[in-house]
Design a protein around this ligand. Sequence first.
Ligand code: 2P0
Length: 349
Amino acid sequence: MSSPQMYVASTTAPVNIAVIKYWGKCDTKLNLPTNSSLSVTLSQSDLRTHTTAACSPTFTENRLYLNNEPQDVSGARQQACFRELKALRKKLEDADPALPKLSEHNVHIVSENNFPTAAGLASSAAGFAALVRAIADLYELPDSPTDLSRIARQGSGSACRSLFGGYVAWEMGAAADGSDSLAVQVAEASHWPTMRAAILVVSAAKKGVSSTSGMQATVATSELFEHRAKHVVPKRMAAMKKAVLERDFESFAALTMADSNQFHAVCLDTMPPIFYLNDVSRASIRVVEEINRVAGRAVAAYTFDAGPNCVVYYEEANEALVLGALRRYTAGVAGWEAQEVAASVPEGF
Ligand code: 2P0
C-alpha cells in the first residue's frame, strides 16, 4: 500500500517597520484600521520569519509551531487565514478536477523567527505574512501579493505590509467588508538603494501591553487619537509617499520622527496610559537629535513601535557618522545592552 502523499512549501517573510504608524481599528474582526500606514521592509538576511507549510490527508487537525513551541490555532486570526486560503484553493480545484484536493486536508505550519518574538520588532507582521505566503505557495495560488495582503491583514494588521519589499502603504479602504483595505508597493527597495536601518535592541523581553489590546484602549479613551486619525495621518501619508518617491531624506526623517512621537503621545493619552518607551529609548532619541544638530540637518531618523527598541533610518553616506555616534553615546548610557543590526533595505521580491 502506498503511503498518502504530503505536500510541502517553505518561504520567508521580512519584518517591516512603519514610518507612518498603524494604531487603532474600526473593525476588530476584519482588522480594519482607523488610518492608513506606510512602512519600510527590512532585509530578510537580518530579520525574518521562515515558515514551512504542509498538508496531508493523515493530518487530523491544523497545527502551528513557532520557534519549536506549539501555538493555539483556534483563534479567529489564524482561522480566518486558513479559511480564506482554503476557499481560494477550493475554487482552483472546482475549476480543475484533476488537481489534488488539498483544501480538504488539515495543515501543519512550522515557523521560526531569527529575532526576538513579540518585543515590538514586528514579529506578528513577518509571522502572518510568512504563514499566508507559505500556504498560498503550498496551494499554488495565482493571487498577487496585494490579493494575499487582504488575508494577511486578518491575521495581523501590519502583516499585510510584509508581503512586499521596499516602501509599502496599507491603504485603509472604505468598504465595510475590508475588500479595499490592502497593501500596495509605493516604491521598490532599489528605488532608494542608499537607505539603511539600524536596530538598537534595548530589550528583547516580551512587551507588557499587546498591540491589539493597546490600540483598543486607545480607540476607546484617547481624544488625541481621533485628531491624529482624521486630521494628521492623511496629510502625512501623502507627504511620506512624496518624500520616498523623491528620495528626500530630510522630509522622510522629519515625518518619521514626528509620527513616532505622535503615536507614543497617543499611547500616553490612553487611559490607563501605555508606556512603550523607556529611559534607554528616550536616551536614543536624544542621541539622534544631537547627531542631526551637529550635522546641521536630519541625517538620521528614529522610530519606535509598540516596544522600547529603536530603529534608526539613515543613508549609506552617513553610516560612519550615525553608527559611530550611536556607539559612542550609547556606550555611556547605564543599562544599555544595545545590539545593533545594520539592516539594509532589500531588493524587491
Ligand atoms: C505599525 N504597530 O504600523 C504599528 C506601529 C505597532 C506600532 O502594527 O492587532 O501587531 O495584530 O492588527 O499589526 C502592531 O500592530 O496589531 C503595529 P494587530 P499589529 O507597525
